[in-house]
Design a protein around this ligand. Structure first.
Ligand SMILES: Cc1ncc(COP(=O)(O)O)c(C=O)c1O
Length: 496
């Protein structure tokens, strides 16, 4: 029954001949092997397929407000499940360790060309590697290339909005391999304003003398001052490495400052605001880096160092299906529709911040310039973990997060919200007002439950799960959220 529905819908999407291959065993195959190779997933593995369908339904029925997530397009999903998946192609286009790569080369060169075009970069001044499997390995490749083992790196502290890969460690443990294999030192935000303390970075970088300064964030709702970062990096002779993973869609659309003007290296994941496949790219400068006192030109030597750090340094065969997805995502990034989408992402985030402020919630830094915001729950009687929990119960996905000045990273006082995914589904400002109302009602419910449960999360969960009054209130609100969410489409395959 499912197969019928699927093909009815997909008649629009795939040709008759492709459909035949999907439903019929190949003529020259027989017995088990043919069945194994050619039956559809829903026939060959219904147990797994039903789990995937449940996840699809969850995505459809809930409001996805995790700032790093998005719903990628049908063409990207088609690239990911294409024959490109099958091919080994270690090396770069024209220099492969395997044969049969003429079309793989074409795909990779197209992805490189479109990556540069998406940010209006000139191939004389910038190169790009499109092979990193994801953001964390891309960043590790950059450090491997330009910091060398035990080289010094400064990035925004994780509790202040930086990413793990920017060097996170605790007093007792080196958490990220960036702190294990390199020497990392964090810079911070001002605990009062929540804004990056550039002065403190300028001072401590003069003592620490890093080789690399990272300008990049996972939870920070203001535009970065790349010019200031560059001045600080230049003062100590460091490379400026911008990790624009969260904002690369916004940068491409020109709705937030562009890191390329000031950076030596730029990385981005391709699956966040950019809305491509789960992968990453590294951009690196070429040409003249500086001129010395004698007037001699010092050239960048990043290209081979970065390419070699990716392969053979850290990776093997590139994921060619993902590279094709990168190519088609960067093509989309040049379209007027994509620019409108990014404008809407920011407009929605601003409306969300303003709406929550009107309801009395405190937003870190006082608002947002980008696609995300951080709600500061201090003084409300609810922790970030409780907020995350209640919102999950009512089908709104978000994550707990430290807020500037938080004493414990283990029990954060806020939660992060983002608008890329819900904007992909078509929500605009008036819909955001409804979302604000759902969040507010959820948090009020959390406050009531918290009075009954006391401070511990485990007791809070128990109240939500076992107390009939709360169970009913949560279920009624979840029902409202899901009815609302189900009225917005999801891109991709209809049923999985
Ligand atoms: C700024 C930043 N850099 C890097 C990463 C790592 O990306 P991935 O999860 O693909 O390894 C993230 C992920 O959230 C991120 O926010």
């Amino acid at each position: 029954m499912f197969s019928r529905t699927f093909f009815k819908i997909n008649n629009l999407l795939i040709s008759q001949s492709v459909r035949k291959v999907l439903v019929q065993p190949a003529a020259n195959m027989s017995g088990n092997s043919s069945k194994l190779l050619n039956s559809n997933m829903w026939d060959s593995d219904p147990e797994l397929f039903s789990i995937i369908q449940k996840e699809k339904k969850r995505q459809q029925a809930g409001l996805e407000m995790i700032a790093s997530e998005n719903f990628t397009s049908l063409p990207v999903l088609q690239c990911l499940s294409s024959c490109l998946h099958n091919k080994y192609s270690e090396g770069l286009p024209g220099q492969r360790y395997y044969g049969g790569n003429e079309y793989i080369d074409e795909v990779e060169l197209l992805a490189q060309k479109r990556a540069l075009e998406a940010y209006n970069l000139n191939a004389e001044d910038w190169g790009v590697n499109v092979q990193p499997y994801s953001g964390s390995p891309a960043n590790f490749a950059v450090y491997t290339a330009i910091a060398e083992p035990h080289g010094r790196i400064m990035g925004l502290d994780l509790p202040d909005g930086g990413h793990l890969t920017h060097g996170f460690f605790t007093p007792t443990k080196k958490i990220s391999c960036t702190s294990l294999f390199f020497e990392s030192m964090p810079y911070k935000v001002d605990p009062e304003t929540g804004l990056i303390d550039y002065e403190q970075l300028a001072k401590s970088s003069k003592t620490f003398r890093p080789k690399v300064i990272v300008a990049g964030v996972s939870c920070y709702s203001r535009a970065l001052d790349y010019k200031r970062f560059k001045e600080i990096a230049d003062d100590v002779g460091a490379y400026l490495f911008s990790d624009m993973s969260h904002i690369s869609g916004l940068v491409s659309a020109g709705v937030t400052p562009n890191p390329f003007e000031y950076s030596d290296v730029v990385t981005t994941t391709t699956h966040k605001s950019l809305r491509g496949p789960r992968a990453a790219v590294i951009f690196f400068r070429k040409g003249v880096r500086s001129t010395n006192a004698k007037g001699e030109k010092i050239m960048y030597d990043l290209e081979s160092k970065i390419n070699q750090a990716v392969f053979p340094g850290l990776q093997g065969g590139p994921h060619n299906n993902a590279i094709a997805g990168i190519a088609t995502a960067f093509k989309q990034a040049k379209s007027p529709e994509f620019v409108e989408y990014q404008k809407q992402v920011v407009a929605n985030a601003r409306r969300l911040a303003a709406g929550l402020q009107e309801k009395g919630y405190k937003i870190a830094t006082g608002g947002t310039d980008v696609h995300m915001l951080l709600v500061d729950l201090r003084g409300t009687g609810i922790s970030g973990a409780k907020a995350e929990r209640i919102l999950e119960e009512i089908s709104i996905a978000c994550n707990k997060n430290t807020v500037p000045g938080d004493k414990s990273a283990l029990n954060p006082s806020g939660f992060r919200l983002g608008t890329p995914a819900i904007t992909t589904r078509g929500l605009v400002e008036t819909d955001i007002d409804k979302v604000v109302d759902f969040i507010d009602r959820g948090l009020k419910l959390a406050k009531e439950a918290s009075v009954v449960s006391g401070p511990k999360l485990v007791d809070f969960k128990n109240v939500l799960e076992k107390d009939e009054t709360f169970k009913n209130k949560v279920a009624a609100l979840r029902n409202e959220v899901e009815t609302f969410s189900n009225s917005f489409p999801l891109p991709g395959y209809p049923d999985y």
